[in-house]
Design a binder for this molecule. Structure first.
Ligand code: ATP
Ligand code: MG
Length: 669
C-alpha cells in the first residue's frame, strides 16, 4: 500500500464565520471552552467521568489498556447496552416518555414509551433465545426502517448476541456475503418495506441469500416481520419455509417480556457492521460494549446539546453506522425521544421531511450532505410550506459539505437561528470525532472544526511530521473509547489498513507510528486550527504538481447558482499529470448549454485559480452513489479515463453509471 507523499494546496477560501447564536449559547449544555483543556489534561479521567454516567454491573479496574493496535477500554467492567438504553430509564418520569415515534411511508404511525420499548425488547430477546440464539452468537438483521429494527438490535444486545445489520437496500448477494462472513445463526427480515409507494420484497432477497449459490449454511432460522401482509400489492404473501421460517408476531407477541440483561464484559462484541464500500470491498468492523456506549452517549449529549424535552430525528438508515450510533444507542442511552421514518424523502411529495418536522415538532435534525443537495435541487418552496420553527439544531454527516449547501441548510431549514454541526467520523471510529460544540464553536461552512474533547486528531505528512497549517493525512494520535477493535476474521487487514501508515516513524518527533490511526482521509488545517476533511486520500487530484482536493473544485461548482451537485475526478493527462474532469448535475429548470459549461469553467477559475480549470465538464442527470448516498468517484475516474468500470456492487443504481459512461464516450468520439 503506497500512497504518494501529499501536500494539499489550500485553494478555496471560506471566511464566513457563524458564532453560536447568543440565545442558544445561553442555554447550551456546554458554553465554556475550558472543557477542551480539562479533557486534554487527563483524557482517561475525562472518559471515565462519562462512563460513570452509564449503568455498570461491575465497575472497571482500569480505564485503558493500550497495546497498539489493540485497545481495551474499561478493563474488568461489566454492563449491558440494552439495559443502559432501556431499564435504567424506568425508575423515573422517563418510564412513560416517548422513546420511539415511528412513521411508515404510507403514513401509519407507532409510538413506544420507554416502558413499552423495554417490554418489546424483552419479548424479542426471549423469542431469539427460543430460536437457539446464545450469548456470543451473531444475528443478521435485514429490515426496513421499522421499529422492529431497533427492537431486534436491542434484543440481541440484551442476550449478548452480536448483531450484524445489513442495509435493506442491499442485494441478496451482498446479504449472503455478510451472513457468511459473520457466520450468523439467525436472520431477521420482513415480508417487505415501503419505498416510494412500492414494496421492496425483502423476504425474497433473504430467501435467495439463504438458499441460492451455496446459501448460508450457518442460518438455522429466519424470523420474519409482517410489514405489509398479503393484500397490500403484487409482492404477495411471503413464502414461509417450514422448520426454518418463523413469523415475528408468532414468536415475539406471545413471548414473556421478562428477560434479564446479560452481564457483558466491557470488551465483549456488541456488533459487526460492514463499511459502505465506497472505496473497495466492505470490511466487517467490530465494536465492543463499554467504550462504544460511553462515546456515543457523550457525543450525542454534547454535540446535539441534547435536553430532556428534545425531539430528535436522524434520517440515516439503521443499516449504516449513523443509524446504530445516533438513532439507537446514543439517543436511547440518553433517554431521548427519537423520530424514525421508513420511506423516501420525496414521497408522496418533496415536502415529506418538512411535514414530518412540523408534525412531530422536531427540535434536532441530523442528515447527510447528499440529502441537503437534493433538497436544494428541489427548491425552497417545499420547506416554505411547513412550520419549521420547532428546530433548534441541525447536523450533517457522511461527506464533506459544500459551503453553499451548508448556507442553504442554515438559511432555509434552520431559519438562520440554528447552529449547524458538521460531524466527521466513520464506521471505524464508532462515534463522532471532529465536530463543533454548538454552544462554543464559531463554525465556518465546510469545516467540521475541531476534535471533540478528549480526541487527539492531527494532520501529518507521510513522514509523520505535524502540519500546523496546510494539508496532509488526517490522523488520530490517541486511542478513543468507541474505536473499532478489529476487522471480523481479518486481523492482518486491520493492522495493515489502519495502523501501518506511520510504522517505524516518529510521529510528531517522538511518538511511535504504530499507535497512530490512519482513517484514509485527506484534510487540511487552517489558521484557526480548524480541520477541513476534504475526502479520501485516493480521491485527491494532482494537477501540474499541485495537490487539489476534489471537494474544493466541487464546492466551487456548487457555488454557482445553476448547479445542484458536482463530482470531480483526476483524469490522466500527458503534460499536467492529471486534468480535472467534472460531472455536474443542474438544479431543476436549468438548461445544459455549451455557454453554461464555459461559465462554470470560468467560475471555478475565479473561485480557485486557473490551475483548477476543468478540462472536461459533463452534465449528468444523476451521479453514481453508494447506497448510503456517497458519490463514488473511482467509477467516474474509470469513465473519464476510458477504462472498464470497477466493482459496482455497492452502488444504489448501477444504471446511472452505465448511462454516464455511454454519454461520456459519445461526447469524446
Ligand atoms: P468504505 O470505507 O467501505 O469505502 P465509507 O468510508 O464510505 O466506505 P463510512 O464509514 O460510512 O463508509 O464513511 C466514512 C467516511 O465518510 C469518512 O472517512 C469520510 O471520508 C466521510 N465523511 C463522513 N463524515 C464527514 C464529514 N462531516 N466531513 C467530511 N467527510 C466525512
Ligand atoms: Mg471508509
Amino acid at each position: 500500500m503506497s500512497t504518494p507523499e501529499i501536500k494539499l494546496d489550500s485553494l478555496l477560501q471560506e471566511d464566513r464565520v457563524f458564532p453560536p447564536p447568543p440565545e442558544f449559547a445561553r442555554r447550551a449544555l456546554v458554553s465554556d471552552p475550558e472543557v477542551y483543556a480539562r479533557a486534554e489534561a487527563d483524557p482517561e479521567g475525562y472518559w471515565a467521568e462519562w462512563a460513570e454516567q452509564l449503568h455498570w454491573f461491575r465497575r472497571w479496574d482500569r480505564v485503558l489498556d493500550w497495546q497498539p493496535p489493540d485497545a481495551r477500554w474499561f478493563v474488568g467492567g461489566t454492563l449491558n447496552a440494552a439495559y443502559n438504553c432501556l431499564d435504567r430509564h424506568l425508575d423515573g418520569p422517563r418510564r412513560t416518555k416517548p422513546a420511539l415515534l415511528w412513521e411508515g411511508e404510507p403514513g401509519d404511525r407507532r409510538a413506544y414509551t420507554y416502558e413499552e420499548l423495554h417490554r418489546e425488547v424483552g419479548r424479542a430477546a426471549n423469542a431469539l433465545k427460543g430460536l437457539g440464539v446464545k450469548r456470543g452468537d451473531r444475528v443478521a438483521i435485514y429490515l426496513p426502517m421499522i421499529p422492529e429494527a431497533a427492537i431486534a438490535m436491542l434484543a440481541c444486545a440484551r442476550i449478548g448476541a452480536a448483531h450484524s445489520v445489513v442495509f435493506g437496500g442491499f442485494s441478496a448477494e451482498s446479504l449472503r456475503d455478510r451472513i457468511r462472513d459473520a457466520e450468523a445463526r439467525v436472520l431477521i427480515t420482513a415480508d417487505g418495506g415501503y419505498r416510494r409507494g412500492g414494496v421492496v420484497a425483502l423476504k425474497r432477497s433473504a430467501d435467495q441469500a439463504v438458499e441460492e449459490e451455496g446459501g448460508c449454511p450457518t442460518i438455522e432460522h429466519v424470523l420474519v416481520v409482517r410489514r405489509h401482509g398479503a393484500a397490500a400489492d403484487s409482492v404477495g404473501e411471503a413464502e414461509m419455509k417450514a422448520g426454518r421460517d418463523v413469523w415475528w408476531h408468532d414468536a415475539v407477541e406471545g413471548a414473556d417480556a421478562g428477560c434479564p440483561a446479560e452481564e457483558m464484559d466491557a470488551e465483549d462484541l456488541l456488533y459487526i457492521l460492514y463499511t459502505s464500500g465506497t472505496t473497495g470491498k466492505p470490511k466487517g468492523i467490530m465494536h465492543t460494549t463499554g467504550g462504544y456506549l460511553t462515546q456515543v452517549y457523550a457525543t450525542t449529549r454534547w454535540v446535539f446539546d441534547l435536553r430532556e424535552d428534545d425531539v430528535y430525528w436522524c434520517t440515516a438508515d439503521v443499516g449504516w453506522v449513523t443509524g446504530h450510533s445516533y438513532i439507537v444507542y446514543g439517543p436511547l442511552a440518553n433517554g431521548a425521544t427519537v423520530v424514525m421514518y421508513e420511506g423516501a424523502p420525496d414521497w408522496p411529495d418533496r415536502a415529506r421531511m418538512w411535514k414530518t418536522i412540523e408534525d412531530y415538532k422536531v427540535t434536532i435534525f441530523y442528515t447527510a450532505p447528499t440529502a441537503i443537495r437534493a433538497f436544494m435541487k428541489w427548491g425552497t418552496d417545499f420547506p416554505a410550506q411547513h412550520d419549521l420553527s420547532s428546530l433548534r439544531l441541525l447536523g450533517t454527516v457522511g461527506e464533506p459539505i459544500n459551503p453553499e449547501a451548508w448556507i442553504w441548510y442554515h438559511k432555509f431549514i434552520g431559519g438562520e437561528r440554528c447552529p449547524v454541526v458538521d460531524t466527521w467520523w466513520q464506521t471505524e471510529t464508532g462515534a463522532i470525532m471532529i465536530t463543533p460544540l454548538p454552544g462554543v464553536t464559531h463554525t465556518v461552512p465546510g469545516s467540521a472544526t475541531t476534535p471533540f474533547p478528549g480526541i487527539q486528531a492531527d494532520i501529518l505528512s507521510l513522514q509523520g511530521e505535524c502540519i500546523p497549517t496546510g494539508g496532509g493525512f488526517l490522523a488520530i494520535r490517541r486511542p478513543w473509547p468507541s474505536m473499532l477493535r478489529g476487522i471480523w476474521g481479518d486481523p492482518e487487514r486491520f493492522r495493515e489498513t489502519y495502523w501501518s501508515k506511520w510504522t517505524g516513524k516518529a510521529v510528531g518527533g517522538s511518538q511511535p507510528g504504530e499507535g497512530v490511526y490512519f482513517p484514509g482521509d485527506g484534510a487540511k488545517r487552517d489558521e484557526r486550527g480548524f480541520f477541513w476533511v476534504i475526502g479520501r486520500i485516493d480521491d485527491v487530484l494532482n494537477v501540474a504538481g499541485h495537490r487539489i482536493g476534489t471537494m474544493e473544485v466541487e464546492s466551487a461548482l456548487v457555488d454557482h447558482p445553476s448547479v445542484a451537485e458536482a463530482a470531480v475526478v483526476g483524469k490522466a493527462h500527458e503534460l499536467k499529470g492529471q486534468a480535472v474532469a467534472a460531472f455536474v448535475t443542474l438544479k431543476e429548470g436549468q438548461e445544459a448549454t455549451e455557454e453554461l459549461k464555459k461559465e462554470l469553467s470560468d467560475h471555478v477559475v475565479r473561485k480557485i485559480g486557473a490551475i483548477a480549470r476543468p478540462d472536461a465538464i459533463l452534465f449528468a442527470g444523476d451521479l453514481p452513489k453508494t447506497r448510503s448516498g456517497k458519490i463514488m468517484r473511482r467509477l467516474l475516474k474509470d469513465i473519464a479515463e476510458g477504462r472498464a468500470l470497477g466493482d459496482t456492487t455497492t452502488l444504489a443504481d448501477p444504471n446511472v453509471v452505465q448511462r454516464l459512461k455511454g454519454e461520456y464516450e459519445a461526447k469524446e468520439s
